[in-house]
Design a protein around this ligand. Structure first.
Ligand SMILES: Nc1ncnc2c1ncn2[C@@H]1O[C@H](COP(=O)(O)OP(=O)(O)O)[C@@H](O)[C@H]1O
Ligand SMILES: [Mg+2]
Length: 284
């Protein structure tokens, strides 16, 4: 198994010509947004890509899983969004994974939802911060040091924080838990996306759907998968991530499952999902 994951890793994937910004959103909590963000991001870094994760959830779960400090006072997403600090000043490289960078979320971010209401261009703060980073952009403009991927891990709501992400990203990445109520509530997310497309970010595209916590033994999971594929077609990744104890244990060691247990079924699935995202490329 180890040999297999090592083998997969060495194959690598092509770099995108321009930084791809993916917004990981679904206003339902507990569907696997954070888990998918950190593990796909880590998988891409293992495949040789330069990746940044922005933790946009005041809970700071992505920061925990990536092993980056996020106690009060740490330079964080809050400082970037509310105080206008440059992205370069709030990001750090993750110790375990070269090529993977993170902007942590501290509890201060809980107040941002309210504080941003009175700020100029309140929906554009994240978009501007990302665009202003000197290593975000095209191969021609930025060169080889550019970031290949930026992932934004959203909170489980459709407030100003998530809105900032939807304005900042070109692509939406929606994790869907393979369970009975999977599609319930997605209507509201899709309406929000449509609204953002019309008024704030015409290029926003749902590029990636990932089925999470998939239990291949049950007919229910297969039924949900069929329904999701019927609705979203090619946007749904072929890889589904199985429910796996190793995946849920990893964060308590400040790690992604990609370093915690790279040979586990969960890690191999996330690596495969990362590979699919990279090989499909950015939407036209
Ligand atoms: N494939 C998986 N196998 C087992 N547990 C998982 C898996 N994916 C996520 N979980 C667990 O489910 C819970 C919710 O996942 P999380 O990524 O935090 O969701 P969200 O960010 O959407 O709220 C967490 O406790 C996480 O460890
Ligand atoms: Mg989360």
């Amino acid at each position: 198994m180890l040999a297999r994951s090592g083998g997969l890793r060495r194959q690598g994937v092509p770099r995108p010509r321009e930084t791809r910004v993916l917004v990981v959103a679904n206003q339902k909590g507990g569907v696997g947004k954070t888990t998918s963000t950190v593990n796909v991001a880590a998988g891409l870094a293992q495949l040789g890509q330069k990746v940044l994760v922005i933790d946009l959830d005041p809970q700071g779960n992505a920061s925990t899983a990536l092993g980056v400090e996020h106690h009060r006072g740490t330079p964080s997403t809050y400082d970037m969004l509310v105080d206008g600090q440059p992205l370069a000043d709030v990001m750090t490289e993750c110790a375990d994974l070269p090529g993977l960078w993170a902007v942590p979320a501290t509890i201060d971010l809980a107040g941002a939802e309210i504080e941003l209401v009175s700020v100029v261009a309140r929906e554009q703060r994240l978009a501007r911060a990302i665009a202003a980073h000197p290593l975000v952009g095209t191969e021609d403009e930025v060169g080889d040091e550019r970031f290949d991927y930026v992932f934004v891990d959203c909170p489980p709501s459709l407030g100003l924080l998530t809105l900032n992400a939807l304005v900042a990203g070109r692509e939406m990445f929606i994790p869907i838990q393979a369970e009975y109520y999977a599609l319930e509530g997605l209507g509201m997310l899709l309406e929000t996306v449509e609204m953002v497309r019309q008024h704030l970010n015409p290029g926003l595209t749902i590029s990636t759907i990932l089925l999470t916590m998939y239990d291949a033994r049950t007919r229910l999971a297969a039924g949900v998968a069929e329904e999701v594929r019927g609705h979203f077609g090619d946007q749904v990744l072929k890889t589904a991530v199985p429910r796996s104890v190793r995946v849920s244990e990893a964060p308590s060691y400040g790690q992604t499952v990609m370093t915690y247990d790279p040979a586990s079924a969960g890690a191999l699935s996330y690596l495969e999902a990362a590979r699919e995202i990279a090989s499909k490329g950015a939407p036209a």
